[in-house]
Structure formats: structure tokens, C-alpha cells
Design a protein around this ligand. Structure first.
Ligand code: GCU
Length: 612
């Protein structure tokens, strides 16, 4: 085959598969969490496909690119019917793996594995009176998911930390159906995140999987919030998935009942005055109101906190009152179990430690965490920074990379736009000051503002060292964010803690400042003098010196030290100390608090008393 023909064939295959599967992809509706659903969580069959023998034929043409998305081999789900049948793979008799859950922590043979794993579960079609849509919903799959129902391709999703869904009503039949998912967690230069990070590349179907029966016409998106300009008004929008509909928004406690005419499945804004007193949501008073949003064919309930988050010069205002963010950074990981967090109990553990710290704010680093986190933060009154994994040096000039980042941002904002705990969308972490990065991030920031005008934008910007202990934040992207946030590791990556008392920071932008990271490594239980690296005393000394720096930091409205708990990282190889763990946690791998935990806790306790 000459080059021209093979290029044409490749383009046709891409178009063909995309067009075939595009018919099943649906935007994830707002608040699937509250919809009636069937859980597909459980033990699924799986096998490891290191050589991608199941996905590509021997000349690397994807099997599912022929025959209209049908896997061109039945072995994925087949059984030998007679003695001459040849099968070299099958799920019957395969090993089992828990869904949700990363594969690394479930099997020694998969601890370091990066590649493809094929999953299967057998599902009975739900009895649905009126066949509307049947959404197959994934909380997240890291990193790429190819999804097949009864051998037909439902679709593909890239991005390891955001939800996605396919309408499989026309792929499922009465009785038993096969759901097969190929998960590929290989890192690659043009992915988001790129191939280099400081966290473990946990692969798998890492969050809940559900079936959600939906009417043909349903409430696809809505946002309900306190009007930033008038605290006696509620504002927002509603959007049906298709057609015209009259949508009612009700809240008995507020005496609210408003009808909104929507057209052609387009978003319809609304603003309504509330006569009753509105109890604003805050960490001290995390008041959630019960809303019901309904059309003639659909109805959904949601618990929403009403608050505003704004800036005024260098002040951060929650409900027009200055607030200080007593924070901590968190990875989505359980240090005691050494795995990705994915359920309510995991979220409870994290927030229990956060509350013990006297913190009111958490930076959910470096990617969207599972939905239990913002929902629990809503009810506990914890403020959140959420971010997408545009981390370190991304393939800035690659349009597909940008589209992936924008898709993940869109999926995050769509999922959490009604969570009052979420006050900040962060675009990036420690990215280089090069022109193509600024172009990339400005587009992302514009997209975030287009989708949601109610929250603040930030990013962990880079700092410049001016010498003699003087530093400045003049990152050009700081012009496009509402906050000036930056990570600094004085006393750990730069010098030792004794240099901190000579450190001074200045800022090009007169905006509220958040120090989004500082910290030091310590092996829990290792004690020595305060100048001995890796001792709890060294980490504690750095915290003491850094907290004094915080007290004199201009425009400071909060900080989120790195990090609540030790977490796995392939970059951390110091034997006997790190052993593939990043040791900057205030909570050790064994769940024990290090000395610096109490230093920060006491600091926040004093701060709380000063606020009263
Ligand atoms: C960086 C980065 C973190 C990393 C940390 C560290 O600032 O944002 O992801 O884990 O430093 O070096 O421990």
C-alpha cells in the first residue's frame, strides 16, 4: 500500500470510529449523584494486555476500527462452542479485580504496571417502562477508556480524573449483557498530565460505575447561586438536553418557585428575588438548601449552599466579609492503605484529619478528586481549590493536548458548579514561563470564565529569585487570575530553614495572595536535632520558620502547606527514608501525626481565635 493510500485509510478509520462512537457519547448531566441509578461496582473479570494484542492486529490497525465498531473477534466475550474453535483469550475463568479501585494496590503483579488492562462485567438490562436513555456513567478511569457493550464500541474517553457517560439504550438487550472496558494508563508526553509527575500513576477504573435510566428529554445542566451583585437574589441558568421545556425550580424553605421557559436545549438564564432571609453558606454555617429542579419529563433534587466568593483589591471576601484560608494540600490517596481514594470513608478520613488541623480550606491537588470530596466539603463547611493536571511542562504547542485540558476543565466545572465549597478553579501547577504556555493557559482561563463567573481563578505561579533573600512573583499569567498563588520551598529545596527569616516577597499584581505549597520531608518516627534532614524536628523547624514568614507575607489571604499525608511517588527513592514515598506529609504512611502537624494545628487555632 503506498503512503497516500495508507494515510487516507488511517484518516478514514479515525473518522469512522469517531463517527460510530460519537452517537453514544453524552455530556454528563449535572448532579448524576442524586439520580436513581444501578451500581455496577463489584469484582470484574480482567486480564493484562501488555502487548496490546487485543486492541491492535499484527500491523497495528485497531480491531474495533472495522465492522462498524464491532470487535472483530469474539474471544473478549466468547466461549468455544465446539472443539475446533480457537480462542487465546477469554474472560470466563479470568482473575477478578475490584471496581472502583486502582489496579496497582490490588495486585503485586500490577503494582508498577503501566499499560492496558481489559475489564469485563456482565449486566442485566434494567427494566425500563419507557425506553428513554440509559447512561453508562464512569466517575473516572485513568487514563484512557475504550468502552464496548455486547462487542459494539460505545466510545472512548481520555483524562484520568473526570466523569464521562455513554447512552447505551440501543446497545443493550434483555437478559445478560457484556460490558468490556480497555483501560490504558500509559503515560505520554502529550497527555494531561504529561509523562512526568510527582505522584503514582494509579491505573484502572478508579471510581464508581453506574447505569442511570434517563427520560429522552432531561435536565442536562443548571447552576443555582447567590447573585454576587444582590444578596437578596438567586441567579443561574437551566439547560435541557434537547427541545423546549418549562422548567420549575423550587425551594420550600426559601419560598421559591420559579418557572423558566427553555428553548432548543439552550441554556436559559434566570434571576429571582427572595423575600425570605437567606442563610449564607460558610465554614462556620454550612447551610445547604433543598432545591428541586423539574420539567414535565424529569425531576432532580440537589442540596446547594448559597454564598459569594469575590476579591476586592488584595482582599478575599466570602459573602463580602474578609476570610483567611487556613489550608492544607491533599492528594487523592489514602496513606495507610497506599491506594487511590474513591469512596465516602476515604473522604471522611481526609476531612477528619483536616478538621483536627483546625483548617477551613483544602487544595485538592493536582487533578479533580472524586465527587465525594466536594459534596462532603459542602456539608462540613470546608472551602476547596480544585484543579486540572496541567502540571509542570505540558506539550504546550499541541492542539490535541489543549483540547484534552479544556475537556477536563469543562468536565470538572460541569460536575461541581453547584458545590458551594468550591471557591477556586486552578488552571496549572508550576508551569514554565514560555510564550506557548501563556497562550495555552489564557485560553483555559477564558474557558473557565465563560463557563462559570461565580468563582475565582488561580494557578500555582512561578517565583523569581532576586538574590539576597528577595523574591518576586511576576509571572505574566498572574494578570489573568483573580488570585496570586505560588509554591515556595525555602529551607527545603533552597537552603535550610534558617534562611527563612531573611526572606522577603513582592508581587507585581495587587491581588490576594495564596501560598499554595511549602513543606519539608520527614520520615515519621525519625527523631534528631532540627538541622538533621528527614527528621521530624527538621520538618517542624521549617514549619515554625515558614509560619513566621507567612505572618509577614504581603496580601496573604491563605496558604495550603504541602501536604496533609505522605503519598507514593516513583521519584522518591531514598532507601529507608522515602522508599518510593514523598515524605512531606504531616501524617505518616502509618497514619501517625508528625511533630509539624501539631505546630500547624496550634497556629491555625490561634488564627481562629483572632478571627472571632
Ligand atoms: C512541587 C509540586 C508537587 C511536588 C512537590 C514536592 O511543588 O507541585 O507536586 O510533590 O513540589 O517536591 O514534594
Amino acid at each position: 500500500m503506498n503512503t497516500r493510500t495508507s494515510c487516507f485509510k488511517a484518516l478514514f478509520l479515525i473518522f469512522f470510529v469517531t463517527s460510530v462512537t460519537a452517537q453514544y457519547e453524552v455530556p454528563v448531566p449535572q448532579n448524576t449523584y442524586s439520580r436513581a441509578q444501578i451500581s455496577l461496582n463489584g469484582n470484574w473479570d480482567y486480564f493484562v494486555d501488555r502487548y496490546e494484542a487485543f486492541f491492535y492486529d499484527f500491523v497495528r490497525v485497531p480491531f474495533d476500527s472495522v465492522g462498524g465498531g464491532r470487535l472483530d473477534f469474539a474471544a473478549l466475550d466468547g466461549k468455544a462452542k465446539n472443539k475446533t474453535d480457537r480462542y487465546e483469550y477469554a474472560f470466563d475463568g479470568a482473575k477478578k479485580i475490584a471496581v472502583p479501585g486502582d489496579w496497582n494496590s490490588q495486585s503485586d503483579r500490577l503494582f508498577y504496571y503501566e499499560g492496558s488492562v481489559w475489564y469485563r462485567t456482565l449486566i442485566d438490562a434494567p427494566q425500563m417502562e419507557k425506553m428513554g436513555k440509559l447512561l453508562l456513567h464512569f466517575g473516572a478511569v485513568n487514563y484512557r477508556a475504550d468502552v464496548y457493550v455486547n462487542g459494539k464500541k460505545a466510545g472512548v474517553h481520555e483524562g484520568g480524573f473526570t466523569p464521562f457517560a455513554f447512552n447505551i439504550a440501543n446497545l443493550i438487550h434483555k437478559g445478560q449483557n457484556s460490558l468490556v472496558v480497555r483501560v490504558d494508563n500509559k503515560r505520554n508526553r502529550s497527555a494531561v498530565p504529561t509523562d512526568v509527575t510527582d505522584w503514582w500513576n494509579y491505573g484502572g477504573i478508579t471510581r464508581d460505575v453506574t447505569l442511570i435510566p434517563m427520560p429522552d428529554s432531561y435536565i442536562e445542566q443548571y447552576q443555582i447561586q447567590l447573585d454576587k451583585e444582590n444578596a437578596k437574589q438567586i441567579t443561574g441558568f437551566v439547560k435541557m438536553n434537547q427541545g423546549d421545556a418549562e422548567v420549575t425550580i423550587k425551594c420550600k424553605e426559601l419560598g421559591l418557585s420559579i418557572k423558566i421557559e427553555t428553548k432548543d436545549g439552550k441554556p436559559m438564564p434566570f434571576t429571582v428575588s427572595i423575600r425570605k432571609k437567606i442563610e449564607k453558606w460558610s465554614p462556620e454555617h454550612p447551610k445547604l438548601y433543598d432545591f428541586t429542579i423539574s420539567s414535565d419529563a424529569d425531576s432532580i433534587d440537589d442540596k446547594i449552599g448559597l454564598r459569594t466568593i469575590t476579591t476586592k483589591g488584595n482582599q478575599l471576601l466570602l459573602n463580602d466579609i474578609p476570610i483567611f484560608l487556613r489550608g492544607i494540600s491533599v492528594h487523592e490517596e489514602n496513606p495507610i492503605k497506599g491506594r487511590r481514594n474513591h469512596n465516602k470513608a476515604d473522604a471522611l478520613q481526609i476531612f477528619d484529619w483536616v478538621k483536627q488541623l483546625n483548617a477551613n480550606y483544602v487544595r485538592l491537588a493536582h487533578y479533580p478528586h472524586n465527587e465525594y470530596m466536594p459534596r462532603m466539603a459542602d456539608s462540613l463547611g470546608i472551602l476547596l481549590w480544585e484543579e486540572i493536571p496541567v502540571y509542570w511542562t505540558i506539550d504546550w504547542k499541541n492542539e490535541a493536548t489543549y483540547q484534552n485540558a479544556e475537556q477536563q476543565l469543562t468536565e470538572l466545572i460541569s460536575r461541581d458548579r453547584n458545590r458551594s465549597s468550591v471557591i477556586i478553579w486552578s488552571m496549572a501547577n508550576e508551569t514554565p514561563d514560555i510564550p506557548e504556555r501563556l497562550v495555552f493557559l489564557k485560553k483555559l482561563a477564558a474557558k473557565a470564565r465563560e463557563m462559570d463567573q461565580s468563582r475565582l481563578l488561580s494557578a500555582a505561579l512561578f517565583k523569581a529569585n532576586l538574590g539576597d533573600g528577595n523574591y518576586t512573583i511576576s509571572d505574566p499569567f498572574g494578570q489573568f487570575t483573580d488570585l496570586v498563588s505560588f509554591n515556595q520551598y525555602l529551607g527545603w529545596y533552597e537552603g535550610t530553614p534558617d534562611i527563612l527569616d531573611a526572606a522577603n516577597f513582592t508581587f507585581k499584581q495587587n491581588k490576594p495572595v495564596i501560598v499554595s505549597e511549602f513543606g519539608a520531608g520527614a520520615k515519621a518516627g525519625f527523631h534528631a536535632d532540627q538541622m538533621t534532614r528527614w527528621s521530624e524536628e527538621y520538618q517542624n523547624y521549617l514549619y515554625q520558620e515558614t509560619l513566621e514568614l507567612m505572618d509577614r507575607m504581603p496580601n496573604l489571604v491563605g496558604f495550603s502547606p504541602w501536604i496533609l499525608a505522605d503519598f507514593r511517588s516513583p521519584r522518591r527513592q531514598l532507601p529507608g527514608i522515602q522508599d518510593e514515598w514523598n515524605r512531606k506529609g504531616l501524617v505518616g504512611q502509618n497514619g501517625k501525626f508528625k511533630k509539624a502537624f501539631n505546630t500547624l494545628k496550634d497556629y491555625y487555632s490561634k488564627k481562629m481565635k483572632m478571627e472571632k
